[in-house]
Design a protein around this ligand. Structure first.
Ligand code: AMP
Length: 420
Protein backbone atom coordinates (compact mmCIF):
# COMPACT_ATOMS: atom_id res chain seq x y z
CA UNK A 1 0.00 0.00 0.00
CA UNK A 2 1.32 3.41 -0.92
CA UNK A 3 1.87 5.93 1.86
CA UNK A 4 -0.09 8.42 -0.21
CA UNK A 5 -3.35 6.53 -0.12
CA UNK A 6 -6.42 7.48 1.87
CA UNK A 7 -7.88 4.63 3.99
CA UNK A 8 -10.19 2.16 2.24
CA UNK A 9 -13.65 3.55 1.61
CA UNK A 10 -12.57 7.16 1.97
CA UNK A 11 -11.44 9.82 -0.45
CA UNK A 12 -10.02 13.29 -0.30
CA UNK A 13 -11.70 16.39 -1.56
CA UNK A 14 -9.23 18.40 -3.57
CA UNK A 15 -9.56 21.48 -5.79
CA UNK A 16 -11.27 22.03 -8.12
CA UNK A 17 -13.91 19.35 -7.31
CA UNK A 18 -13.93 20.32 -3.63
CA UNK A 19 -15.53 23.66 -4.58
CA UNK A 20 -18.60 21.75 -5.74
CA UNK A 21 -18.90 20.09 -2.33
CA UNK A 22 -18.81 23.44 -0.58
CA UNK A 23 -21.42 24.80 -2.97
CA UNK A 24 -23.67 21.78 -2.36
CA UNK A 25 -23.46 22.20 1.42
CA UNK A 26 -24.25 25.86 0.96
CA UNK A 27 -27.21 25.17 -1.35
CA UNK A 28 -28.74 22.51 0.90
CA UNK A 29 -28.46 24.64 4.02
CA UNK A 30 -29.60 27.95 2.45
CA UNK A 31 -33.36 27.16 2.50
CA UNK A 32 -33.02 25.98 6.12
CA UNK A 33 -31.21 29.13 7.21
CA UNK A 34 -33.98 31.14 5.59
CA UNK A 35 -36.65 29.18 7.46
CA UNK A 36 -35.70 29.63 11.08
CA UNK A 37 -33.27 26.74 11.47
CA UNK A 38 -30.25 27.52 13.67
CA UNK A 39 -26.83 25.96 13.16
CA UNK A 40 -25.76 23.20 15.53
CA UNK A 41 -22.43 21.40 15.73
CA UNK A 42 -21.84 18.31 17.84
CA UNK A 43 -18.71 16.20 18.42
CA UNK A 44 -17.58 13.68 15.83
CA UNK A 45 -17.92 10.95 18.45
CA UNK A 46 -20.41 10.13 21.20
CA UNK A 47 -20.83 7.49 23.86
CA UNK A 48 -21.67 4.20 22.14
CA UNK A 49 -24.75 3.98 24.33
CA UNK A 50 -26.38 6.95 22.58
CA UNK A 51 -26.39 5.23 19.21
CA UNK A 52 -27.19 1.79 20.63
CA UNK A 53 -30.31 3.28 22.18
CA UNK A 54 -31.05 6.04 19.72
CA UNK A 55 -30.40 4.27 16.44
CA UNK A 56 -31.39 0.81 17.61
CA UNK A 57 -29.62 -2.37 18.67
CA UNK A 58 -31.20 -4.27 15.79
CA UNK A 59 -30.01 -2.05 12.96
CA UNK A 60 -27.06 -2.80 10.69
CA UNK A 61 -25.71 0.62 11.54
CA UNK A 62 -25.21 -0.35 15.18
CA UNK A 63 -24.48 -4.06 14.88
CA UNK A 64 -22.12 -4.01 11.90
CA UNK A 65 -21.17 -0.55 10.78
CA UNK A 66 -20.20 1.48 13.80
CA UNK A 67 -16.60 2.49 14.40
CA UNK A 68 -16.22 1.97 18.13
CA UNK A 69 -13.24 2.64 20.32
CA UNK A 70 -12.21 2.43 23.93
CA UNK A 71 -10.36 5.51 25.15
CA UNK A 72 -7.27 5.34 27.35
CA UNK A 73 -9.62 6.33 30.18
CA UNK A 74 -11.88 3.35 29.46
CA UNK A 75 -14.81 5.19 27.83
CA UNK A 76 -16.68 3.39 25.06
CA UNK A 77 -17.09 5.81 22.18
CA UNK A 78 -18.32 5.57 18.62
CA UNK A 79 -17.63 7.76 15.61
CA UNK A 80 -21.05 9.15 14.74
CA UNK A 81 -22.81 7.06 12.07
CA UNK A 82 -25.65 9.59 11.68
CA UNK A 83 -26.73 12.97 12.98
CA UNK A 84 -30.14 12.79 14.58
CA UNK A 85 -29.32 11.08 17.88
CA UNK A 86 -26.43 13.48 18.55
CA UNK A 87 -28.46 16.58 17.71
CA UNK A 88 -31.30 15.49 19.97
CA UNK A 89 -28.83 14.65 22.75
CA UNK A 90 -27.25 18.10 22.42
CA UNK A 91 -30.62 19.88 22.36
CA UNK A 92 -31.67 18.05 25.52
CA UNK A 93 -28.35 18.76 27.22
CA UNK A 94 -28.64 22.47 26.44
CA UNK A 95 -32.33 22.47 27.44
CA UNK A 96 -33.23 24.07 24.13
CA UNK A 97 -36.67 22.46 24.38
CA UNK A 98 -37.34 24.29 27.65
CA UNK A 99 -36.76 27.76 26.22
CA UNK A 100 -40.46 27.92 25.43
CA UNK A 101 -40.03 28.08 21.71
CA UNK A 102 -41.09 24.83 20.10
CA UNK A 103 -40.26 23.42 17.72
CA UNK A 104 -36.51 23.74 18.19
CA UNK A 105 -35.32 23.96 14.58
CA UNK A 106 -31.70 23.05 13.92
CA UNK A 107 -29.49 22.33 10.92
CA UNK A 108 -26.08 20.71 10.76
CA UNK A 109 -23.35 19.76 8.34
CA UNK A 110 -20.55 17.30 8.95
CA UNK A 111 -18.76 14.01 8.52
CA UNK A 112 -20.28 10.62 9.35
CA UNK A 113 -18.66 7.21 9.57
CA UNK A 114 -19.94 3.75 8.76
CA UNK A 115 -17.92 0.59 8.32
CA UNK A 116 -19.62 -0.46 5.09
CA UNK A 117 -18.55 -2.37 2.03
CA UNK A 118 -17.25 0.48 -0.14
CA UNK A 119 -18.69 0.92 -3.62
CA UNK A 120 -19.69 3.79 -5.88
CA UNK A 121 -21.73 6.19 -3.70
CA UNK A 122 -21.10 4.20 -0.52
CA UNK A 123 -18.15 5.23 1.59
CA UNK A 124 -16.85 4.74 5.11
CA UNK A 125 -16.54 8.44 5.61
CA UNK A 126 -19.21 10.62 4.06
CA UNK A 127 -20.79 13.98 4.51
CA UNK A 128 -24.35 15.04 5.25
CA UNK A 129 -26.32 18.21 5.72
CA UNK A 130 -29.30 17.65 7.94
CA UNK A 131 -32.23 19.35 9.64
CA UNK A 132 -34.21 18.51 12.75
CA UNK A 133 -37.40 20.13 14.09
CA UNK A 134 -37.78 19.02 17.68
CA UNK A 135 -40.76 19.03 20.02
CA UNK A 136 -43.80 19.56 17.82
CA UNK A 137 -46.26 17.25 16.17
CA UNK A 138 -47.69 19.16 13.26
CA UNK A 139 -48.10 17.94 9.67
CA UNK A 140 -47.09 21.42 8.47
CA UNK A 141 -43.65 20.80 9.95
CA UNK A 142 -43.24 17.50 8.08
CA UNK A 143 -44.37 19.26 4.90
CA UNK A 144 -41.99 22.17 5.51
CA UNK A 145 -38.98 19.89 5.66
CA UNK A 146 -39.91 17.96 2.53
CA UNK A 147 -40.54 21.20 0.65
CA UNK A 148 -37.21 22.68 1.78
CA UNK A 149 -35.25 19.62 0.66
CA UNK A 150 -37.03 19.75 -2.70
CA UNK A 151 -36.20 23.47 -2.94
CA UNK A 152 -32.54 22.77 -2.15
CA UNK A 153 -32.22 20.13 -4.86
CA UNK A 154 -34.01 22.29 -7.40
CA UNK A 155 -31.79 25.26 -6.60
CA UNK A 156 -28.81 23.07 -7.51
CA UNK A 157 -30.42 22.33 -10.87
CA UNK A 158 -31.25 18.69 -10.10
CA UNK A 159 -34.33 17.37 -11.89
CA UNK A 160 -34.08 13.58 -12.02
CA UNK A 161 -34.85 12.95 -8.38
CA UNK A 162 -38.01 11.50 -6.94
CA UNK A 163 -39.57 11.80 -3.51
CA UNK A 164 -40.94 8.60 -2.01
CA UNK A 165 -43.41 9.00 0.83
CA UNK A 166 -44.95 6.66 3.35
CA UNK A 167 -46.35 6.57 6.87
CA UNK A 168 -44.99 4.09 9.39
CA UNK A 169 -47.84 4.48 11.86
CA UNK A 170 -47.39 5.24 15.55
CA UNK A 171 -47.18 3.38 18.82
CA UNK A 172 -50.89 2.50 18.60
CA UNK A 173 -51.12 0.96 15.15
CA UNK A 174 -47.57 -0.06 14.31
CA UNK A 175 -47.38 -2.95 16.84
CA UNK A 176 -50.58 -4.48 15.41
CA UNK A 177 -49.14 -4.31 11.92
CA UNK A 178 -45.78 -5.62 13.09
CA UNK A 179 -47.42 -8.75 14.43
CA UNK A 180 -49.45 -9.34 11.29
CA UNK A 181 -46.30 -8.92 9.22
CA UNK A 182 -44.34 -11.31 11.41
CA UNK A 183 -47.02 -13.97 11.07
CA UNK A 184 -46.88 -13.58 7.29
CA UNK A 185 -43.08 -13.57 7.08
CA UNK A 186 -42.57 -16.64 9.28
CA UNK A 187 -44.24 -18.78 6.58
CA UNK A 188 -41.84 -17.71 3.82
CA UNK A 189 -38.75 -19.44 2.53
CA UNK A 190 -35.98 -17.25 3.93
CA UNK A 191 -32.38 -17.63 5.09
CA UNK A 192 -31.34 -17.72 8.74
CA UNK A 193 -30.32 -14.09 9.01
CA UNK A 194 -33.55 -12.85 7.49
CA UNK A 195 -35.48 -15.14 9.83
CA UNK A 196 -33.74 -13.50 12.76
CA UNK A 197 -34.61 -10.12 11.34
CA UNK A 198 -38.31 -11.08 11.32
CA UNK A 199 -38.17 -11.29 15.09
CA UNK A 200 -36.23 -8.09 15.82
CA UNK A 201 -37.02 -5.70 12.99
CA UNK A 202 -39.61 -7.22 10.61
CA UNK A 203 -40.25 -4.01 8.69
CA UNK A 204 -36.68 -4.14 7.46
CA UNK A 205 -37.42 -7.37 5.62
CA UNK A 206 -39.68 -5.36 3.30
CA UNK A 207 -36.60 -3.38 2.36
CA UNK A 208 -34.69 -6.48 1.21
CA UNK A 209 -33.24 -5.81 -2.23
CA UNK A 210 -32.98 -9.47 -3.38
CA UNK A 211 -35.52 -10.39 -6.04
CA UNK A 212 -36.25 -13.88 -4.64
CA UNK A 213 -37.24 -12.20 -1.37
CA UNK A 214 -39.19 -9.42 -3.09
CA UNK A 215 -41.15 -12.02 -5.08
CA UNK A 216 -42.42 -13.58 -1.88
CA UNK A 217 -43.48 -10.24 -0.47
CA UNK A 218 -46.17 -9.41 -3.05
CA UNK A 219 -48.99 -10.41 -0.72
CA UNK A 220 -47.43 -9.09 2.49
CA UNK A 221 -49.85 -7.17 4.68
CA UNK A 222 -49.71 -3.47 3.91
CA UNK A 223 -49.04 -0.94 6.62
CA UNK A 224 -51.55 1.37 4.97
CA UNK A 225 -54.35 -1.04 5.84
CA UNK A 226 -53.35 -0.96 9.50
CA UNK A 227 -52.91 2.78 10.08
CA UNK A 228 -55.11 4.12 12.87
CA UNK A 229 -57.45 7.01 12.09
CA UNK A 230 -55.15 9.59 13.67
CA UNK A 231 -52.18 8.43 11.59
CA UNK A 232 -54.27 8.32 8.43
CA UNK A 233 -55.55 11.86 8.94
CA UNK A 234 -52.04 13.10 9.73
CA UNK A 235 -50.62 11.49 6.61
CA UNK A 236 -53.38 12.83 4.39
CA UNK A 237 -52.66 16.32 5.69
CA UNK A 238 -48.93 16.03 4.91
CA UNK A 239 -49.76 14.80 1.41
CA UNK A 240 -52.21 17.66 0.85
CA UNK A 241 -49.73 20.28 2.04
CA UNK A 242 -46.86 19.20 -0.17
CA UNK A 243 -49.21 18.76 -3.11
CA UNK A 244 -50.45 22.31 -2.60
CA UNK A 245 -46.82 23.46 -2.69
CA UNK A 246 -46.45 21.85 -6.11
CA UNK A 247 -43.99 19.24 -4.87
CA UNK A 248 -44.39 15.98 -6.73
CA UNK A 249 -44.04 12.76 -4.73
CA UNK A 250 -44.81 9.07 -5.03
CA UNK A 251 -46.62 7.03 -2.41
CA UNK A 252 -44.37 4.09 -1.60
CA UNK A 253 -45.95 1.77 0.89
CA UNK A 254 -42.85 -0.41 1.03
CA UNK A 255 -40.65 2.46 2.15
CA UNK A 256 -39.24 1.72 5.57
CA UNK A 257 -36.04 3.18 6.88
CA UNK A 258 -33.14 1.41 8.50
CA UNK A 259 -33.53 3.12 11.83
CA UNK A 260 -35.84 1.93 14.60
CA UNK A 261 -36.98 5.30 15.81
CA UNK A 262 -39.06 6.47 12.87
CA UNK A 263 -42.82 6.93 13.26
CA UNK A 264 -45.51 8.23 10.90
CA UNK A 265 -44.12 10.34 8.04
CA UNK A 266 -41.13 8.75 6.34
CA UNK A 267 -39.60 9.79 3.05
CA UNK A 268 -36.66 9.28 0.83
CA UNK A 269 -35.13 11.26 -2.02
CA UNK A 270 -33.85 8.97 -4.75
CA UNK A 271 -31.94 9.88 -7.87
CA UNK A 272 -32.34 7.80 -11.01
CA UNK A 273 -28.83 8.38 -12.32
CA UNK A 274 -26.98 6.73 -9.43
CA UNK A 275 -27.35 2.99 -9.90
CA UNK A 276 -27.79 0.88 -6.80
CA UNK A 277 -26.95 3.59 -4.24
CA UNK A 278 -29.84 5.72 -5.41
CA UNK A 279 -30.91 7.29 -2.10
CA UNK A 280 -29.55 10.82 -1.95
CA UNK A 281 -31.36 11.68 1.26
CA UNK A 282 -34.05 10.65 3.62
CA UNK A 283 -35.83 11.40 6.80
CA UNK A 284 -39.03 11.33 8.70
CA UNK A 285 -40.74 11.69 12.01
CA UNK A 286 -39.21 10.21 15.12
CA UNK A 287 -41.71 10.81 17.89
CA UNK A 288 -40.28 8.17 20.21
CA UNK A 289 -36.55 8.92 20.04
CA UNK A 290 -36.30 11.43 22.88
CA UNK A 291 -37.83 8.98 25.33
CA UNK A 292 -35.62 6.19 23.98
CA UNK A 293 -32.52 8.13 24.98
CA UNK A 294 -33.97 9.08 28.36
CA UNK A 295 -35.54 12.46 27.55
CA UNK A 296 -39.11 13.76 27.79
CA UNK A 297 -41.74 13.19 25.12
CA UNK A 298 -40.64 15.33 22.17
CA UNK A 299 -42.23 14.44 18.84
CA UNK A 300 -39.82 15.49 16.11
CA UNK A 301 -39.10 15.30 12.41
CA UNK A 302 -35.94 15.66 10.35
CA UNK A 303 -33.91 14.68 7.34
CA UNK A 304 -30.34 14.19 6.22
CA UNK A 305 -29.14 14.65 2.68
CA UNK A 306 -25.92 13.04 1.56
CA UNK A 307 -23.47 15.54 0.12
CA UNK A 308 -21.34 12.92 -1.67
CA UNK A 309 -24.29 11.41 -3.49
CA UNK A 310 -25.75 14.82 -4.29
CA UNK A 311 -22.47 15.66 -6.05
CA UNK A 312 -22.66 12.32 -7.90
CA UNK A 313 -26.25 13.17 -8.88
CA UNK A 314 -25.11 16.51 -10.30
CA UNK A 315 -22.43 14.73 -12.29
CA UNK A 316 -24.94 12.12 -13.48
CA UNK A 317 -27.27 14.85 -14.75
CA UNK A 318 -24.39 16.80 -16.25
CA UNK A 319 -25.23 19.85 -14.13
CA UNK A 320 -22.34 22.32 -13.95
CA UNK A 321 -22.74 24.61 -10.97
CA UNK A 322 -22.17 28.25 -11.71
CA UNK A 323 -19.22 28.68 -9.36
CA UNK A 324 -17.74 32.17 -9.36
CA UNK A 325 -13.98 32.30 -9.99
CA UNK A 326 -12.16 32.37 -6.68
CA UNK A 327 -9.61 34.92 -7.89
CA UNK A 328 -10.55 38.28 -9.43
CA UNK A 329 -7.11 39.78 -9.87
CA UNK A 330 -3.80 38.05 -10.55
CA UNK A 331 -0.54 39.94 -10.17
CA UNK A 332 2.50 39.16 -12.33
CA UNK A 333 5.71 40.92 -11.21
CA UNK A 334 8.74 41.04 -13.47
CA UNK A 335 11.79 41.57 -11.29
CA UNK A 336 12.63 42.14 -7.63
CA UNK A 337 11.30 45.67 -7.28
CA UNK A 338 8.03 44.79 -9.02
CA UNK A 339 7.62 41.85 -6.66
CA UNK A 340 7.57 44.11 -3.61
CA UNK A 341 5.38 46.74 -5.23
CA UNK A 342 2.77 44.35 -6.68
CA UNK A 343 2.60 42.32 -3.51
CA UNK A 344 1.71 45.62 -1.82
CA UNK A 345 -1.11 46.16 -4.31
CA UNK A 346 -2.36 42.57 -3.80
CA UNK A 347 -2.45 43.10 -0.04
CA UNK A 348 -4.36 46.35 -0.52
CA UNK A 349 -6.87 44.62 -2.83
CA UNK A 350 -7.40 41.78 -0.38
CA UNK A 351 -8.03 44.21 2.46
CA UNK A 352 -10.62 45.89 0.25
CA UNK A 353 -12.37 42.52 -0.16
CA UNK A 354 -11.16 41.80 -3.69
CA UNK A 355 -9.90 38.25 -4.23
CA UNK A 356 -6.35 38.51 -5.49
CA UNK A 357 -3.47 36.13 -6.08
CA UNK A 358 0.16 36.47 -7.04
CA UNK A 359 2.76 34.79 -9.26
CA UNK A 360 5.16 33.48 -6.63
CA UNK A 361 8.67 32.22 -7.13
CA UNK A 362 9.91 34.82 -9.59
CA UNK A 363 8.74 32.98 -12.70
CA UNK A 364 8.99 34.32 -16.23
CA UNK A 365 6.13 36.16 -17.92
CA UNK A 366 4.92 33.20 -19.96
CA UNK A 367 4.58 30.75 -17.08
CA UNK A 368 3.06 33.40 -14.84
CA UNK A 369 0.43 34.33 -17.44
CA UNK A 370 -0.50 30.66 -17.70
CA UNK A 371 -1.16 30.63 -13.96
CA UNK A 372 -3.15 33.84 -14.32
CA UNK A 373 -5.33 32.15 -16.93
CA UNK A 374 -5.78 29.06 -14.84
CA UNK A 375 -6.81 31.13 -11.81
CA UNK A 376 -9.88 32.38 -13.69
CA UNK A 377 -9.00 35.97 -12.73
CA UNK A 378 -10.85 38.68 -14.60
CA UNK A 379 -7.85 41.02 -14.53
CA UNK A 380 -4.09 40.68 -14.36
CA UNK A 381 -1.68 43.30 -13.16
CA UNK A 382 1.74 43.14 -14.82
CA UNK A 383 4.66 45.39 -13.94
CA UNK A 384 8.33 45.41 -14.95
CA UNK A 385 11.18 47.81 -14.32
CA UNK A 386 10.16 50.23 -17.05
CA UNK A 387 6.56 50.41 -15.77
CA UNK A 388 7.75 51.15 -12.27
CA UNK A 389 10.09 53.85 -13.55
CA UNK A 390 7.04 55.47 -15.14
CA UNK A 391 4.94 54.91 -12.00
CA UNK A 392 2.42 52.65 -13.76
CA UNK A 393 1.24 49.03 -13.88
CA UNK A 394 -0.27 47.24 -16.89
CA UNK A 395 -3.86 46.26 -16.25
CA UNK A 396 -5.06 43.53 -18.57
CA UNK A 397 -8.71 42.61 -19.02
CA UNK A 398 -8.54 38.83 -19.45
CA UNK A 399 -11.89 38.68 -21.25
CA UNK A 400 -11.28 41.32 -23.92
CA UNK A 401 -7.49 41.04 -23.93
CA UNK A 402 -7.33 44.84 -23.69
CA UNK A 403 -4.39 46.25 -21.77
CA UNK A 404 -4.02 49.74 -20.29
CA UNK A 405 -1.37 51.44 -18.21
CA UNK A 406 -2.75 52.66 -14.90
CA UNK A 407 -0.90 54.83 -12.37
CA UNK A 408 0.39 52.58 -9.62
CA UNK A 409 -1.24 54.62 -6.88
CA UNK A 410 -4.65 54.26 -8.56
CA UNK A 411 -4.44 50.57 -9.48
CA UNK A 412 -6.41 49.25 -6.51
CA UNK A 413 -9.12 51.90 -6.82
CA UNK A 414 -9.43 51.34 -10.58
CA UNK A 415 -9.83 47.58 -10.06
CA UNK A 416 -12.39 48.11 -7.31
CA UNK A 417 -14.35 50.33 -9.70
CA UNK A 418 -14.19 47.88 -12.60
CA UNK A 419 -15.13 44.90 -10.46
CA UNK A 420 -18.11 46.79 -9.09
P1 AMP B 1 -29.38 7.36 6.12
O1 AMP B 1 -29.07 7.91 7.47
O2 AMP B 1 -28.81 5.99 5.91
O3 AMP B 1 -30.80 7.50 5.71
O4 AMP B 1 -28.54 8.28 5.11
C1 AMP B 1 -28.98 9.53 4.66
C2 AMP B 1 -28.20 9.89 3.42
O5 AMP B 1 -26.82 9.92 3.72
C3 AMP B 1 -28.32 8.86 2.32
O6 AMP B 1 -29.44 9.10 1.53
C4 AMP B 1 -27.03 9.06 1.57
O7 AMP B 1 -27.13 10.15 0.67
C5 AMP B 1 -26.07 9.42 2.65
N1 AMP B 1 -25.30 8.23 3.05
C6 AMP B 1 -25.60 7.29 3.99
N2 AMP B 1 -24.64 6.36 4.08
C7 AMP B 1 -23.69 6.70 3.18
C8 AMP B 1 -22.43 6.14 2.79
N3 AMP B 1 -21.95 5.04 3.36
N4 AMP B 1 -21.72 6.76 1.81
C9 AMP B 1 -22.19 7.88 1.22
N5 AMP B 1 -23.37 8.46 1.55
C10 AMP B 1 -24.11 7.88 2.51
Amino acid sequence: MSTFQAPKGTYDLTPPRSATFLAVREAISAPLRDSGYGYIETPGFENVELFARGVGESTDIVTKEMYTLTTKGGDQLALRPEGTASVLRAALEANLHKAGNLPVKLWYSGSYYRYERPQAGRYRHFSQVGAEAIGTEDPVLDAELIILADQAYRSLGLRQFRILLNSLGDKECRPVYREALQTFLRDLDLDEETRRRIEINPLRVLDDKRSDVQKQLTDAPKLRDYLCDACKAYHEEVRALITAAGVVFEDDEKLVRGLDYYTRTTFEFVHDGLGSQSAVGGGGRYDGLSEMIGGPELPSVGWALGVDRTVLALEAEGVELDLPATTSVYAVPLGEEARRVLFGVVTELRRAGIAADFAFGGRGLKGAMKSANRSGARYTLVAGERDLAEGVVQLKDMESGEQTAVPLTEAAAELAKRLG
